[in-house]
Design a protein around this ligand. Structure first.
Ligand code: GLN
Length: 387
């Protein structure tokens, strides 16, 4: 038989999603993949049911139902300070996942490089590779995960086509500061580079953290693609409704790619999304408060059970150093660590190494997702006592 695609040999399936399957098969408590185990807001569940009853069951406008694009445009202006035209600058996709790969396919040519901060969310590298780019990683170090400006600058060159930003960040919980985003913006303009920014955790912020969209910084509107989705803000990760905001020139290419990849995101859920985007401030405030309680609780639990967690400023993940239990769990790799922890305690995590490009190191860390009911997190406390 003829050789299968060579490019697909250069990356693996997502470890995050694999950990969910392993956890389910072992009856574990799944703190690996980041999805809520509590109910989605009732108003939007009813809106989705109503949309189906209203016969919104056929293909949507390929690049997004006009009402949803309109609502996204209003939100972008108000919350992100991004001025965009919903007719020409927005593409609704099947989750931020599709928005990211469609964006890369829309702007990358073979031989281009993309800059990715490491640790990273798993999708970016494979998305780049599938689009023909070579990823170049810039390391951020715990506990502050601050950008080393010199190191970042040295990653830019004539081949650099784009830099991927994810703020608030998965897996670190870092929220990029104005200073850091300004530094990135300056380099993007100096080297004529696009910024692709994944902002799906934009409403999940703690303490004094503020979300800033790089597209709102001077000179960045035209060279930024801002990606977002309903998934995390409205706790509907299974709906698969996301979007990309970009200039008309970039958008027309994203729309072409999207048209042939998926045609459109689910029509009734796009209509329910309009209701979601019109929620008032109370909704976002209570989302933050809920996650703040969960973050503080999990931090304490991990500290009490021998981990050294790093406090996130945003998003709903916590990286924890597990050096003190490596021996007792007979772990020689991050995968051993996560699997043996699951077998011993019933708590599923993501191995730290999944967020790094070089696969021959032992980070001795795991990632916990805390987008869970208080009850679930109390159960985690009980289970982790077994170590
Ligand atoms: N963002 C989620 C995580 O990191 C996963 C999202 C997905 O699987 N599409 O766990």
């Amino acid at each position: 038989m003829k050789e299968l695609s060579r490019i697909t040999e250069t990356f693996t399936e997502s470890v995050i999603r694999e950990m969910t399957r392993i956890s389910d098969s072992l009856g574990g408590l799944n703190l690996s993949q980041g999805f809520p185990d509590f109910d989605s807001p009732v108003e939007i569940k009813l809106a989705a049911i109503q949309a189906i009853a209203n016969n919104w069951n056929q293909y949507p406008v390929t690049f997004g139902e006009p009402e949803l694009r309109e609502a996204i445009g209003v939100k972008a202006k108000k919350y992100n300070r991004i001025v965009c035209n919903s007719q020409t600058d927005i593409t609704v996709t099947c989750g931020a996942t599709e928005a990211m790969i469609a964006t890369m396919k829309a702007i990358i040519n073979p031989g281009d490089e993309i800059i990715i901060f490491e640790p990273f969310y798993e999708n970016y590298g494979p998305d780049g590779i599938l689009s023909g780019a070579t990823p170049r990683y810039v390391r951020l170090n715990p506990p502050s995960w601050e950008i080393d400006e010199m190191e970042l600058e040295s990653a830019f060159n004539n081949k650099t086509k784009a830099i991927i930003i994810n703020t608030p960040n998965n897996p670190t919980g870092k929220v990029f500061s104005k200073k850091e985003l300004t530094c990135i913006a300056t380099l993007c303009q100096k080297w004529d580079v696009y910024a692709i920014t994944d902002e799906i955790y934009e409403h999940i912020l703690y303490d004094q953290s503020k979300h800033i969209s790089i597209a709102s910084l001077e000179g960045m509107n035209k060279r930024t693609i801002t990606i977002n989705s309903l998934s995390k803000t409205y706790s509907v990760t299974g709906w698969r409704v996301g979007w990309a905001i970009a200039s008309p020139e970039i958008t027309s290419r994203i729309r072409k790619v999207h048209d042939f990849l998926t045609v459109g995101a689910p029509t009734p859920l796009q209509h329910a999304g309009v209701i979601a985007l019109n929620f008032n401030q109370d909704y976002y405030d209570s989302l933050r408060e809920k996650y703040l309680v969960s973050r503080n609780f999990l931090y304490q639990v991990l500290e009490n059970t021998g981990f050294k967690p790093i406090m996130p400023n945003g998003a709903y993940y916590m990286i924890a150093d597990a050096s003190s239990i490596v021996k007792s769990l007979k772990a020689e790799t991050d995968t051993d660590l996560s699997i043996n922890l699951l077998k011993k305690t019933g708590v599923a995590t993501v191995p730290g190494l999944s967020f790094y490009s070089s696969k021959n190191q032992f980070t001795k860390s795991v990632r916990f997702a805390f987008c869970k009911k208080q009850q679930t997190l109390h159960k985690v406390e009980e289970l982790l006592r077994k170590i």
